[in-house]
Write a new protein. Structure first.
Length: 260
C-alpha cells in the first residue's frame, strides 16, 4: 500500500473470472493426464492380461516341441499381454517386448482371428484418442486464440465423446483375444493344442490407465462450463504497455508547471 491508499476491491465479475481461469488451468492439466493415459493404453501391447490355463501335468516345453515352426509357442502357452496392435512375448533375459500379430509361419503370413468385438474395440480406442487429442489441442490454443465462453461449453462435447469411446474399448475383454482359439491360425496343421483348458482376460496396468482416462474425461466434460480461458498473449502485452504508459503520464508533471 502506497501513500495511505487502500488497494482497489475486486468486483464480482473479476472474482468470477479469476476462479474461471483457475478452473481452466486445472482443466488443461487433467486433460493432459487423460490423453496421456489414453495413448499409453492404446499403443502398448498389454491392454489386458491373457491368462492361459493348461491341463494338469502338461509341460510347455514338451508341447512346443511338436510345433517347431512356431518359435513363440512358449510365450503363447504362458500368461501374456494382448493389445490392439500386438501381443507380448519374453526374450532373453526376462525382457518383455511387443510382437506383431501377423507372423510368417510355414512360409505364409498368418494372423489371429479378429472378431467383431476385437475390431470394434480397436476402432473405439482410435476414436477416443482422436477426440482426446482434439479437446487437448483446443484447450492449448486457447492461450493464443480468443475462445468465447459459449465455445468452451462446446468443448465438453469432445470430452463426452472421448469418455464414451474410451469406455467402449473394454469390450475387448469379450473379444476373440480372450478365447483359446485366438491363435489357432498359428497352428495350421495340428490346430490349437488340446492341452489348453481355458483362456480368460484380466485387467492390466494399461487397462487401469484406460479406466483413469475414462474418469478424467468425464470430470473434464463437467469442468468446461466453469472454465474461462486466459486472455490471449497479445492482449496481455497491450494491457501492460497501456498501464506503463498511464503510469508514466501520471508521474510526469504538467507542461505549465515545468514552464513555471
Amino acid at each position: 500500500m502506497q501513500g495511505g491508499q487502500a488497494p482497489p476491491e475486486l468486483t464480482q465479475s473479476m472474482k468470477e473470472r479469476a476462479v474461471g481461469q483457475c478452473n481452466f488451468m486445472l482443466l488443461f492439466i487433467m486433460s493432459t493426464a487423460a490423453i496421456a493415459c489414453t495413448l499409453a493404453s492404446t499403443s502398448y501391447c498389454n491392454f489386458m492380461e491373457r491368462n492361459v490355463k493348461l491341463a494338469e501335468g502338461a509341460d510347455i516345453d514338451e508341447l512346443c516341441s511338436n510345433y517347431t515352426d512356431f518359435i513363440n509357442c512358449n510365450d503363447m502357452l504362458k500368461n501374456h499381454g494382448v493389445g490392439f496392435w500386438g501381443w507380448q512375448i519374453t526374450v532373453p533375459i526376462d525382457t518383455l517386448i511387443c510382437y506383431p500379430y501377423t507372423l510368417r509361419i510355414n512360409g505364409a503370413y498368418r494372423t489371429p482371428t479378429f472378431d467383431t468385438n476385437f475390431n470394434a474395440a480397436r476402432a473405439f480406442s482410435a476414436t477416443a484418442s482422436f477426440f482426446g487429442l482434439l479437446s487437448f489441442f483446443t484447450l492449448g490454443f486457447a492461450s493464443c486464440c480468443p475462445i468465447p465462453q459459449s465455445r468452451m461449453k462446446c468443448i465438453s462435447i469432445y470430452f463426452l465423446l472421448a469418455f464414451f469411446f474410451q469406455a467402449m474399448t473394454f469390450i475387448f475383454g469379450r473379444s476373440s483375444a480372450c478365447r483359446k482359439d485366438f491363435f489357432e491360425p498359428y497352428f495350421p496343421l495340428q490346430g490349437t493344442p488340446e492341452e489348453i483348458e481355458s483362456v480368460s482376460c484380466s485387467l492390466s496396468r494399461y487397462s487401469n490407465m484406460a479406466i483413469a482416462a475414462t474418469v478424467l474425461y468425464w470430470i473434464c466434460a463437467g469442468m468446461c462450463a466453469r472454465a474461462i480461458p486466459p486472455a490471449p498473449m497479445p492482449d496481455v502485452f497491450n494491457n501492460e504497455a497501456q498501464q506503463q504508459q498511464q503510469a508514466t503520464q501520471n508521474e510526469s508533471p504538467p507542461a505549465n508547471e515545468e514552464q513555471a
